[in-house]
Design a protein around this ligand. Structure first.
Ligand code: FAD
Length: 370
């Protein structure tokens, strides 16, 4: 099957990043088609995360993650307010349980301020005392611009925006090949009807999430040479059955150095409270089952700052998988490949956290490259 020619851009992947890019392209009057292998949008990382609108505290100054998170935070709140997308600016506490962690708070405050995270400040002892015995810490940093968003509603909004602006979506369409041809690219895929199909477009935006490295390879990029190859981390969440044991009006993270931002409280807009993600290296297709034995690690970690939780209150809940780039700086890769002989090809690789927060800023950045 050959689809009608004449797309300006094919976006591969209907996660929150692909949807935001498609909506932004359509806003700029580009003819855009989104190809997604699942039957609907957001079946992978974009619906399996903490749903946190980050403030931009943790990321290296000058990195894409820092800049796009801070800008994305502002754009996302605006979009939520203007379009009735459920969200809450609940704020976040980063708590230190000992003097070493207090030193790390100073570092986070300085870094967050340099990045432009809004309103960071230390809590007073009376503010912390208000949480009573549900919170144990010696000091805490408060981030008022951290919040939570309903990811499904956000993605639904972005899909509607794209279609209202003339964009089209092809679900159950798994991209299998991308060939350069005169004037652009021929994108091959297995269609929803089960047959091989292709379309032509001037440019391809690779928003393939866990498969972004493979998709870059399909287009002819040397994935090893470019250091696009991905590794994977799985994060598991445990719901708290008796949620009165933890403060549920604010997100709570522990101040710790090292890999990732660690296990924290996750507040759902429905009032549910979870702990997670407890993370470990995994395979690309590890599946989303939660290993109940990991509840012990979550408990051992969180009891340090949430002293009222009980181990038998932790119920295996959900899981997500993140792509990780091999490059030491661990930044987003948003690469315009024209200088490597691929005009119109943009690869987005290693779009892990905070790409949900940053999605609208990422979309503007991508369209700016075009
Ligand atoms: C446990 C966890 C917690 C997180 N918490 C947060 C958080 O609190 N805040 C935050 O900002 N970020 C968070 N993130 C990160 C955030 O969820 C992701 O960065 C974001 O969802 C990435 O979106 P995406 O569109 O790039 O990828 P995805 O949502 O994975 O979408 C990629 C899409 O590409 C499709 N695709 C792949 N290959 C093909 C193909 N060959 N043909 C067609 N389609 C294809 C896939 O089916 C998928 O739908 C978290 C991530 C995880 C895993």
């Amino acid at each position: 099957m050959t689809l009608p020619d004449g797309y300006d851009f094919a976006v591969v992947g209907a996660g929150v990043v692909g949807l935001a890019v498609a909506a932004e392209l359509a806003r700029r009057k580009r003819r855009v088609v989104v190809l997604e292998r699942h039957a609907s949008f957001g079946e992978e990382a974009s619906s399996r995360n903490s749903g946190v609108i980050h403030a931009g505290i943790y990321y290296r100054e000058g990195s894409l993650k820092a800049g796009l998170c801070v800008e994305g935070n502002r754009l996302l709140y605006e979009a939520c307010q203007q379009n009735g997308i459920p969200h809450r600016r609940c704020g976040k506490l980063i708590v230190a349980t000992n003097e070493t962690e207090v030193e790390f708070l100073d570092l986070l405050l300085a870094r967050g301020e340099r990045n432009g995270a809004e309103g960071l400040r230390y809590c007073s002892q009376s503010e912390l005392a208000a949480y009573g015995s549900r919170l144990k810490c010696v000091q805490a940093l408060y981030s008022p611009s951290t919040g939570i968003v309903d990811c499904h509603s956000l993605m639904e909004h972005l899909e509607t925006l794209s279609t209202d602006r003339g964009g089209s979506f092809r679900y159950e369409s798994s991209v299998t090949g991308i060939q350069k041809d005169p004037g652009g690219y021929r994108v091959e895929f297995m269609s929803a009807e089960g047959g091989e199909a292709h379309l032509r477009c001037e440019g391809v935006i690779n928003c393939g999430g866990l498969h972004a490295d493979e998709i870059a390879g399909m287009a002819g990029m040397d994935v090893e040479e470019e250091r696009y190859s991905l590794s994977f981390d799985k994060g598991e969440y445990f719901r708290i059955a008796w949620k009165n044991t933890v403060p549920a009006d604010v997100l709570i993270y522990r101040a710790r150095r090292g890999y990732g931002i660690g296990v924290h409280t996750v507040i759902g807009l429905d009032g549910e409270v979870s702990l997670g993600p407890i993370g470990f290296r995994s395979k690309r297709a590890a599946g989303y089952a939660v290993d109940s034995s990991h509840g012990q690690d979550v408990f051992d970690d969180c009891i340090q700052f949430l002293p009222q939780i009980r181990q038998d209150d932790l119920i295996p809940h959900t899981a997500g998988i993140s792509p990780r780039v091999q490059r030491p700086e661990k930044d987003f890769i948003v690469a315009d490949e024209r200088d490597k002989g691929f005009p119109g090809l943009i690869n987005l690789v290693g779009m892990d956290s905070p790409a949900l927060t940053g999605c609208l800023a990422i979309a503007r950045h991508v369209v700016g490259l075009i």
